[in-house]
Write a protein that binds this ligand. Structure first.
Ligand code: ZN
Length: 277
């Protein structure tokens, strides 16, 4: 199956009143896990900018693209959280279908300029661009307990979407990257105010750690893409720790890999169930 256009997946989900699940993967095992859990349903595969930057990262991404093409699901691969143009250019060069140009740590005008520069690289090749306004607390690759930061201003979001021409906009409504320090609280009224003013699909980062009801509420309130990362890494590592002693006895590497893929698939399957409910 050829890879699906990122914007088509989001448009179809929006028409259906649902959202596309987006899962971060780091290796073949985690990708096999999410593709198995998808079982033909559409999904977005998120590839960390840090994966691309690792030695051999380009080879890993090439392998992931080939794997996704063989999957029965409509899949788009997206470079996640790129904060400089060299990384955006690398993601475009590798053949990914979308890039996230994350200028959310910059002042407003610099964020706009960054997204426009990213679009100049991506759009001529038909690559979609997601942008972010309102910086999310927490880190992507190291899960720390954090409190949410300020919420994205609806009027600023409207202007930002118009000025950047981004295909998808990540916003802050009480969500965080990593681990929620207190009980998570998404401000759905605030989300509806943003959704009423922004024409392009909205994306919820930090889906891990949210109750099923919170995710469902966010989708009903206007989120069209929901990112899951931390809980997949936690499940992968916990199962690895459990299985490692047995795997070392006899150097059973394949048994370890199967357990890792199973752990990721179980978490992803739960999240698919929430989004399709
Ligand atoms: Zn994110």
């Amino acid at each position: 199956v050829p890879l699906a256009p990122f914007t088509d997946l989001l448009a179809a989900a929006r028409r259906a009143g649902s959202a596309v699940a987006a899962f971060s993967v780091y290796d073949a095992e985690s990708l096999v896990g999410v593709l198995r859990a998808a079982a033909g349903r559409p999904l977005i595969v998120l590839i960390s900018s840090q994966v691309v930057a690792e030695p051999g990262g380009d080879l890993v991404v090439a392998g992931m693209l080939a794997m996704a093409e063989r999957a029965p699901s409509p899949v788009a691969l997206q470079l996640d959280h790129a904060r400089d143009l060299d990384v955006i250019a690398a993601g475009c060069e590798l053949g990914l279908g979308a890039v996230m140009a994350d200028g959310s740590g910059l002042p407003y005008d610099e964020n706009v300029a960054f997204v426009l520069a990213a679009r100049a690289l991506a759009a001529p090749r038909g690559i979609a661009v997601e942008a972010e306004l309102g910086h999310l607390a927490g880190e992507e690759e190291v899960a720390l307990a954090v409190d949410p930061g300020p919420l994205t201003d609806p009027a600023a979001a409207e202007r930002f979407a118009r000025e950047t021409g981004a295909d998808c906009l990540a916003v802050a409504i009480g969500n965080v990257h990593g681990i929620y320090r207190g009980a998570p609280h998404l401000d759905l009224e605030h989300l509806r105010a943003i959704a009423a003013r922004v024409a392009v699909p909205l994306s919820l980062h930090g889906g891990s750690g949210l109750a099923a009801s919170a995710v469902a509420g966010a989708v009903a309130g206007g989120m069209t893409k929901v990112n899951f990362n931390t809980e997949l890494r936690q499940a992968y590592l916990a199962r690895t720790a459990d299985e490692l002693p047995g795997a070392r006895d006899g150097a059973r590497l394949l048994a370890l890999h199967r357990a890792q893929a199973d752990a990721v698939a179980a978490v992803a399957a739960e999240r698919f169930a929430v989004l399709s409910a």
